[in-house]
Design a protein around this ligand. Sequence first.
Ligand SMILES: Nc1ncnc2c1ncn2[C@@H]1O[C@H](COP(=O)(O)OP(=O)(O)OP(=O)(O)O)[C@@H](O)[C@H]1O
Ligand SMILES: [Mg+2]
Length: 577
Amino acid sequence: MWTYASQYKLAYFYVIGAVILSETANIVVPLYYKKFFDLLAGTQTLTADERTSGLVGAIVAVLIFHAIGWLLWRSMGVVHNWLQPSVMADIVQSAHASLHRHSYAFFLDNFAGSLVRKVGRIERAYEELTDQLQFRYIPLAIMITGNLVVLYLRHYLLAVILLVWMVVFIAFNIWFSMWKMKYDAKRVEIDSEATGVLADSIANAVTIKLFTGFGHERSLYQEVTERLRRMQMLTWNLGEITDAMQAGLMFVIEFALMYTAIHFWQRGMLTIGDFALIQGYLVGMFGKLWDLGRAIRKTYESIADASEMVEIMEASPDIVDARGAKPLSFQGGGITFQNVYFSFNKTRRVLKGLNVAIEPGQKVALVGPSGAGKTTITKLLLRFYDIERGKILIGNQNIAKVTQESLRAAIAVVPQEPILFHRTIRENIRYGRPGATDEEVIEAAKKARCHEFILELQDGYNTYVGERGVKLSGGERQRVAIARAILKDAPILVLDEATSSLDSESEQLIQQALHELMCDKTAIVIAHRLSTIMEMDRILVIDDGRVVDDGTHSQLIRHKGGIYKNLWEIQAGGFVN
Ligand SMILES: Nc1ncnc2c1ncn2[C@@H]1O[C@H](COP(=O)(O)OP(=O)(O)OP(=O)(O)O)[C@@H](O)[C@H]1O
Ligand SMILES: [Mg+2]
């Protein structure tokens, strides 16, 4: 946090300095009240006039110190109100940036909701920690030191009593907070669980309706909220115990100090003013110490909250550019997979020595059973994952040795399940090429057969598509994704089931557009509907992480007992023979 805060050193020093000084004023004020009451008690031999002017002098001094404290505090507030939001903005921006440095796999392993919460938490943790430091710990430290020094000068025993009490009070608070923390942690845990149940049931609202599952959902939610209620009661009651102990300790010290003071007063070592001084200090101290336990707990919690995000910010991404990586210089090169081995985890190997050489400009289809590894092949080409063994080349450049950005800029992808931003359709399409003009966007939309349905939407191209694009049908979403890829116009095109959600007529129309799009590009097309890939230059049959057959459509349907021939016969329904 200091990394971010230190960008604003001057402002910080002002804030801390102002806090220290105005707190010092709070220590000085009771000294003038001591003087005031000593004058009132009239132990010194003074005339009435001298006494009056002394009294007025004392309260004027009090006024001046209050005014200085007030001025410092208010001006500190202004600086603080500028400083804290600035640092918080820096932190969340940096958190956002460091999230997006992470790999594709990172986002599969971490729920979006939980990442969003972590960013929110580090922001609040910073606020909480700086507030505690500036407005609680520093003032408290100044006050304790000041009070001890002043009381020591009155009589050392007063300072000793106060010091011993402080140690007991703070030690009790820290110990009790630590002990209570496990119950607080438990409560937070149940609280997140309850939020999870709630969020899950909202996300599945449609399923709940379809299966009339509300009764079940209600009892699930009741069960978890009931546990939360019980835990909440327990932690609140423990808080009650802390309060009771604190209050007890407070009247003990009040009695101890005043009792000792009476003793010394009897022997003429303290004056009446000293009682006012002690009272003044006690009142100030009790105010600051009252919820120290809660503050300590909050501090620990904030540190825990922040550290989750800090871990992510400091972790090095699993996919990084090689040292001295150059941008990919694409000069119409082909794509080569050389003996590629890959597994997502130790037990499940997806690619087992894949060898594929795609000529420049060739249009290749990947077919094969579900789960064979087709999508995985395209993800490896994009370097979403690093491979275990072998090489992937574009032209003669190893994709692991070029910058990720240039690699991905050379490939346009229409994914199997496209997800859109909750932005307008226009912005979603333009994402393919941020510099594109409105005309180019519309042109691409027309080619992808989006234009007609977009015009029928409420706000045309300015219609918002809902979270992840849920307000569009599956086929519409696919067409937007195709338009986006058309606009990107990258030399390599990857279509992963790009038209699977379309009816046969729309599909045929888009196929034409896609064929035009592919004509000067190297293309990898994945499809289950074989009729859409019959005209490819080459069809690779993938099974169990290897290429098991390779050829044109007419070659492959002659391979007796081959996977392709089987698939073809099933899909053609026996009519083609
Ligand atoms: N992130 C992942 N973590 C672990 N295993 C994965 C992951 N993604 C895919 N797999 C597994 O890898 C295998 C290949 O998946 P892939 O998506 O490449 O299949 P596919 O050939 O594209 O299938 P489909 O035709 O159904 O789209 C599957 O068994 C799948 O379960
Ligand atoms: Mg797939």
